[in-house]
Structures are given as C-alpha cells and as structure tokens.
Write a protein that binds this ligand. Structure first.
Ligand code: SAH
Length: 381
C-alpha cells in the first residue's frame, strides 16, 4: 500500500503554512521552523527536530513525511566532479552532477526521466522520455547533494554550503515540466529554503517559447538557451523544437524575458560539432544575430557518447570560432569539460529510462498534415 502521508519536501512556504494550520492547527511559524530543519539542516526525520514539542513531532509523523530520493550509484571523477544515479521508481533512475570549482560549487539537476525534445547530439534524447519529475523529486536532488557534500572541503573551509549555484542542465527539458520546475525554483530562492540569489539559479531550455513568456512573469531566475545553430535550416536538424518555434521567435522571447525581469544577460549554449556548425561562416552569422544584445555565448565542446554520429570540433576550430565572435563584439567563452571520465559532462547523462514515446519529436514535427481516412500515411522523413 502506498504511503498516504504528505511529503513535505518541496512544498512551497504558503502551502506548508496552510498544511500545518489545517492538519495540525499550528501557527505559520511552525512551517518556517520545519523549512529550516528540512533545507538548512538537512533533516528527514521529525524526531531530530529538537525545537518542536514531542507531541507536535508525533502528530506530524502521522500525517506527513520527508521522502528523499535514494542513491543507486555514486561516482567521483578525477577532477572532483561527482555524479549520482538516483532511483525514481522500481526500474528508472535520473542523474545529478556536482561540479566543484575554486570559487563555487554548481549542482546540475534533472527535471524529467529522459527527455522528449529529441536533440540529435544529446545522449539523454537517445533514451527517450518517460515522465516529469515531481517537485519533491527535483528538490530532493538538492537535498541529497547537500547531505552527501556536507563534509565537503569547501563547506569545511568557508563554513558555507558546498552548493552555490543550481543549473537545470541535467536530464530533461525543464520548461516542458513547468508546473513542477517553478515551485522547485521557489524553494531554491526562498531564504528559508536554499536561499540562492536569482543569478545563481539557471534554467536551461531548448527553446519552448510560450513557456519563456510565462516564466518572465512568474519566476525570476537566470535563463540559458540551447541555440546550437545560427540559422533555422541547421537548427531544425539539431534541435527539432525549432521547427515549431524558429530562431527569430525564440530570440524575441529571450529579449522580452530580459526586459520583463530587468535581467543582465541571456546565456546561449552552442555545442561545437565538427564539420556541422563550427565553420567561421557560422560564427559570423551568429555574431549578426546577437550583436548589440545582452547575450553571452557559451561554446560547449561536444561530449561523445556511444552510438553518436557526431565528433567534437578540434580545439583550434573552437578557439577560432570564439575569436571571431569576440572580434564582432559578442562575448563568447569556451566551457571547460568536467567529469567526462564518469560520463557526467553535458549531454552525457543517461540515467535509466523506459521510453514511453511512440513517435519521436523530430519525426512528429516533420510529418505532413494529418492523413484523411482511406489515405495511406505519407512516409515520414
Ligand atoms: N533541455 C535543456 C537542458 C539540457 S542539458 C536544454 O536543452 O537546454 C544542458 C546543455 O548541454 C544544453 O545546452 C544541451 O544542448 C547541451 N548538450 C546536450 N548534449 C550535449 C553533448 N553531447 N555535448 C555537449 N553538450 C551537450
């Protein structure tokens, strides 16, 4: 039988206040105490919450629980990057990656089991899609990493948390799970949650335009956009969602996002694929798109995975690409590859996914108009 008790992990502050009032007749400050225990102190057991009365803790245990994900496998890279495979149900798992740097610690989290966006150069896409993660499963990744890193060097030295930044750059398309991703981000920003500034929480998207407009109104975080190509013809091939929301629409949404939020800049990610999108002409075309805009380009050397048809651009080509952009007044940096010895680098996260999609997005969006009865289905490219 399933556990009927409410999982408090990931409940937004107002909902937690309403819950303790309705179920336990408690004042709102009880909710605030609970949040401090769950997020700051990493508690998962009501019995350790020493500033709550014995009675209150016992009552809580009857109606609520703090259910956290379970680690199936933990790996540490030679460069200190860590990767956890977390159990989501009987058969499936997602991956979370921690990247330590001298001045910060970035946690790269997943938003879905698999991904339905079908980008041709991404390992997660090859797994297909199963389902969205719940708010608790998203927040649970941070909760767990906090626990695992609790005795980390950074936190010992500085006394602050090992996690200074959170990025939605793991498995999944976060804007396709808008309903759960936004409340999770609120916990990351809440001063009784993980208390991160809005510049330190980054949502990375392949370009779901309507949701970018929605997010602009509802939640204030940094935005990264997976561009990967300077024209629609090429982007249609690499990032199939472009066939629905082409580059000019996407960029208009990005500039609106910055205006609406008074943001500093948008980061555009650009994976460097040998002989595909890495020619000097592509760099010049890209510069024309972004010149004069509050944009930064992050060039990501392609990370290989089994079965891929792509190769990483040679280092010299990547440097040249960056230099052309910089000469044209567009800020571009090359992302250092981290954790590739444990398959923890961008685009390498695979987890364990049972694909439930019947038709891949790439095929669906290039399919002709629906067939009328009696007609044979047209061949899908
Ligand atoms: N769905 C979100 C998050 C994806 S992962 C998005 O599309 O933005 C974060 C970044 O890694 C994205 O920019 C993605 O395009 C990039 N990426 C995917 N596969 C990659 C690979 N094999 N090598 C390098 N970067 C990759």
């Amino acid at each position: 039988m399933g556990d009927e008790r409410v999982n408090l992990l990931g409940l937004p502050r107002t909902e937690l206040e309403a819950f303790v009032a309705a179920r336990l007749g408690a004042k709102p400050f009880r909710a605030r105490q609970l949040m401090k225990w769950i997020y700051r102190r990493g508690a998962a057991d009501f019995s350790t919450m020493s500033d709550l009365s014995q009675d209150f803790r016992a009552q809580l245990g009857e109606v609520a629980r703090i259910a956290v994900p379970e680690i199936v496998e933990a790996q540490v890279s030679g460069d200190g990057t860590r990767k956890w495979l977390l159990r989501m149900d009987q058969t499936q798992g997602i991956e979370t990656v921690y990247i330590p740097e001298p001045d910060r610690g970035t946690l790269c989290i997943s938003s879905q089991v698999g991904c339905a966006m079908d980008c041709t150069f991404c390992s997660t896409a090859q797994q297909g899609f199963n389902r969205n993660l719940s708010v608790a499963e998203i927040v649970g990744q941070v909760w767990l990493a906090h626990r695992e890193l609790g005795r980390g060097e950074l936190s010992q030295q500085s006394g602050r948390s090992a996690i200074t930044n959170i990025v939605f750059m793991g498995m999944g398309e976060p804007l396709a799970n808008y309903r759960n991703v936004v409340p999770a981000m609120r916990i990351f920003l809440d001063d009784l949650g993980y208390d991160l500034s809005r510049r330190r929480v980054t949502l990375s998207t392949s370009g779901l335009v309507p949701q970018i407009y929605k997010l602009a109104e509802e939640c204030n975080v940094a935005l990264a956009v997976s561009l990967h190509a300077p024209n629609d013809e090429l982007r249609n091939e690499l990032v199939p969602i472009n066939r629905k929301h082409p580059i000019d629409e996407l960029l208009a949404a990005c500039w609106h996002y910055l205006d609406a939020q008074n943001g500093r800049s948008i980061t555009f990610e650009y994976v460097m694929l040998d002989g595909v999108n890495d020619a000097p002409a592509h760099a010049r075309q890209l510069a024309r798109l972004l010149k004069g805009r509050a944009a930064k380009l992050n060039l990501i050397p392609f990370n290989v995975f089994p079965g891929t048809r792509y190769r990483r651009s040679p280092a010299a080509a990547i440097v040249k690409f960056r230099d052309i952009l910089n000469e044209h007044g567009v800020i571009a940096t090359i992302r250092r590859t981290r954790g590739d010895d444990i398959d923890a680098a961008c685009g390498q996260l695979a987890g364990r996914v049972i694909d439930r999609t019947s038709v891949r997005l790439g095929s669906r969006l290039s399919a002709p108009a629906p067939v009328t009865p009696g007609q044979m289905p047209a061949q899908v490219r």
